[in-house]
Design a protein around this ligand. Sequence first.
Ligand SMILES: Nc1nc2c(ncn2[C@@H]2O[C@H](COP(=O)(O)OP(=O)(O)OP(=O)(O)O)[C@@H](O)[C@H]2O)c(=O)[nH]1
Length: 623
Amino acid sequence: MDKKSPTEVARQTLLQLTTRKIAPTPDNYRKMYDEISGVTSIDHSLELARTLDSVLQEAGQKQPKYIVAAQSINSLITKRDWAKLEDQLRKLIPVGDVDDAITWPMVVRNLVKQLEVNHKGITNTRKKEGLNRVLTNFGQDPDVLSQKIHALVASWGSGTTEQMVDTPASASPINTNTPVTPAASNAKINPEDLIDVVIRDDSDAIEISKLWREMLVKTLELVIVPQLKSVPDAFAKAEILLADTKNVQTKQHIVKVGEHLKGVLFSLEMHNDSQNRIREALLQLLRLMLSSMGELVVEDKWLHGQTLLVNDILAKPLDIESLYNAESSLKELIFKQGEIKPGLIEAQETLKKMVATFVERLSEMTENTSEYQSKIEGYQQQIKSSENIVEFNTLLDNLMEDTRTIGLSAQRSRDMLNETQQKVKEAERQIYELTVKLDQISEVAHEDYLTGTLNRRGMDEALLREFSRAERYNIALSIAMMDIDHFKKINDTMGHTTGDQALSHLAGVIKKSLRTTDVIARYGGEEFIIILPNTEQEESITIVTRAQRELTKNFFMHENKRVLITFSAGVAERAPGEEPNSVIPRADAALYQAKQSGRNRVVGAPPIAEKSSSTDDNDAENE
Ligand SMILES: Nc1nc2c(ncn2[C@@H]2O[C@H](COP(=O)(O)OP(=O)(O)OP(=O)(O)O)[C@@H](O)[C@H]2O)c(=O)[nH]1
């Protein structure tokens, strides 16, 4: 065969390929070329197959999957099946987007985390069983294993069962380009929410662990450490933990911090537990104290308001607002009592001194009288035995002088006694007034919020107190019922809010015009009641009329205009033994009379005796 030139061989090779309709691939070209030129060219693919085989055999010593891969690669090269070869190689060396690749650090980190998290419907034992199955089935192939573990963990997170990765048969083939994540297996979950499940790469992991650390630091700083302030040991430990957490760098360090945190949380739990028990015990103690206080302090009515207030608070679930309110009420009350009590003690001391002086004067008087008595007896003896008229006259002169002296001394003592008696009465009056004031101050917790007068409850207590005092001391007591005139018109023309302001204005003016011992309470709506201790009906009418006058001098202002507010009142004086539920209706009937007779006036109720006698008369007539 003639030796053809390479150009000629190439030309004929192409011609033959076209004639025989063979695809002009490099391989076909090489074969045709060899046939035409009559030589055998070196097959580089075989060289490539050999090289790959030796590398894979070497790698196969550590990972058997490469030995399996070497056989199939060899056969594909021999068959020149380049497409399949490419696939095989891709499977062997995962390629694609690095971000989407499932890496071992990521799988292990996720696995550890998810083993600690509680998943609904999946117990830890089930998780471990699933893991064991995957390890047994795919342990030979680290890459497949990482994918299977990843899928298994994702199945916990998405709430599906591990069944899908239990066996190689049921395990769906995982495309390495699209790793199965909880986001992929559960469309309802927002991938953004899954950063704790899937940590995509190291920079993510660092960022996430920083965020967790910051959160832990804040929790320690703002919640845990402050709560342990009163427990020095635990407080010191918590502070060390806080410093440690701020500086945590390594995994071992995190584990240590975790152990330390457990200890601190335990101390906190113990502390909170004991605080709760202390709180409960204190409350119980307080309740007990208050319940026995009622009996212990029967006479000390000044404590009554305080005990009622605290009782009210303890009856309801504790809330800070009512505690603050109670605190300020109690402070006000204690302050006012503190102001008045020294005056009361002083007045009581003065009274004691006066009584002592009184007794002294009396005994002086008695002494003087008995001295005089013995002198008289002496003179009697001298007169009996005296014979001499001159001596007798001298005796009489002395007797006259002594009688005059004793008379003067007796007069002086009498004057002093009268004076002391007056002072005692004055001191008694002062003590009475101060006591009444203290009693009233104790009611500060029972005020009507709008008008600053007592509310119904305060009124009931004041009535009880004043009625029993009047009975005990046998003193007068009157009740005035008052009602604003045409108040509806004020509301209708100026609005309810202005009506409220008018009510508060009226109460303020009346309160100012009353004596400190008088008590004003809101009976309801625009009706008020005034309790006037130690006051007869006539004087009460004068006092209430004075209040009416004050109201005409102190106008209520609305939109810069003066508004005259008036009220009508009925006054009734308590008869001995009469109870509030009898006096109040009598005052109310008198109020009705005041309204009927034109308003803005004060009417006194007929005395109860008259009323009952007229009833008796009627009864008599009826008979
Ligand atoms: N603004 C305000 N109005 C109140 C309050 N309580 C009661 N009132 C009003 O007081 C008015 C009382 O009306 P009436 O009982 O008809 O008596 P009056 O208009 O005052 O007339 P006389 O009593 O007959 O002089 C009603 O309109 C009630 O709504 C309150 O707390 N605030």
